[in-house]
Design a protein around this ligand. Structure first.
Ligand code: PBG
Length: 329
């Protein structure tokens, strides 16, 4: 049978019919809201390239968390802007570091009962050079030394778990970091703390605005020796497979919109919980179009997120979390 007996438009005739046959859902609980924590009190500094995103002091972050919890958002992903940076990124694993302070304060708040608190585990926000690992002299100028970095990442994860993180999320792209973090957590008594690994993370121009938000731009060179080449899908599957083999409980893929095929392929191959990260540049380009009146804000926001769910993401990290939750609520 085909047209005219078959008419797919029959099931599109009204809202109720469309709702009945809808294949994909999007709910506030699927969304994870990133926060950038900075020193001070009562601080709410807007990030120029990300309208609606702020650097928040701990007290302001708690307020934001309460709002997120009331909207039914699933969780928070915490990034830190430390008081000072150094060569090694010691602020990342300082038990009194900025993310650790925020985790402790959030733990005290009733909002935290409803939110999953996730610590982003990386060094780039804490190192003076802005790279995600230990920098050494190399053949072509400098190199990021993989193995010594693992210990620092493990320390960071343990310190976040101790401060109250429900989940730790390594985003550095060093080889072997999931195993190192798992060992570190287990040894420190956190065998029940899950690892959400940014398993497939591409070297992307779409991280640009984040580096302003987190003050984490590399001071020299770029991240292409550790983040993946945007051309490689098969390699992304190997990254995921290796991280799962090392003990990752869930995986995260980023960016989202230009890499939805990665999400789809991962969904078809792996039965683990997986998320997509709609990164800063994806957010900023949509915001820019909204400001110009070129796209419908509400519809384009939800459509961008629905596409990630349809591609196979169980959850989505997005700076639109609050707006989207309001629209869905
Ligand atoms: C830290 C990290 C980055 C992002 C998440 N974790 C920046 C980077 O790798 O340069 C980017 C997130 C975004 O753009 O929203 N390594």
């Amino acid at each position: 049978m085909s047209f005219p007996e078959i008419r797919l438009r029959r099931l599109r005739r009204n809202d109720a019919l469309r709702a009945l046959v809808r294949e994909t859902t999007l709910e506030p609980g699927d969304l994870i809201y990133p926060l950038f924590i900075c020193p001070g009190n009562g601080v709410r500094n807007p990030v120029g390239s990300m309208p609606g995103v702020f650097n928040l002091s701990v007290d302001e972050a708690v307020k934001e968390a309460e709002e997120a919890a009331a909207l039914g958002i699933g969780g928070l992903l915490l990034f830190g802007l430390p008081e000072s940076k150094d060569e090694q990124g010691t602020g990342a694993w300082d038990d009194n570091g900025i993310v650790q302070q925020a985790l402790r304060a959030l733990r005290q708040s009733p909002a935290a009962q409803k939110l999953v608190l996730i610590g982003d585990v990386c060094l780039c926000e804490y190192t003076s050079h802005g790279h995600c690992g230990v920098v050494i002299e190399g053949r072509s100028g400098f190199e990021i030394d993989n193995d010594p970095t693992l210990e620092l990442l493990a320390r960071t994860a343990v310190s976040q778990a101790r401060a109250g993180a429900d989940i730790v999320a390594p985003s550095d792209m060093m080889d072997g970091r999931v195993a190192a973090i798992r060992r570190g957590l287990d040894t420190a008594g956190f065998s029940m703390t899950p690892i959400l690994s940014y398993a497939s993370k591409f070297a992307s121009a779409f991280y640009g605005p984040f580096r302003e938000a987190a003050d984490s731009a590399p001071q020299f060179g770029d991240r292409r020796s550790y983040q993946m080449d945007g051309a490689n899908l098969r390699e992304a599957m190997r990254e995921i497979e290796l991280d799962l083999g090392e003990g990752a409980d869930m995986i995260l893929m980023k960016p989202a919109m230009p890499y939805l095929d990665v999400v789809r392929s991962a969904r078809e191959r792996f039965g683990v919980p997986m998320g997509a990260y709609q990164v800063s540049g994806e957010y900023s380009m949509l915001q820019a179009a909204f400001e110009k009146g070129w796209l419908d804000r509400d519809r384009a926001t939800l459509e961008s997120l629905l596409g990630m769910r349809r591609a196979g993401a169980d959850f989505i990290v997005t700076y639109f979390a609050k707006e989207a939750a309001k629209l869905l609520g």
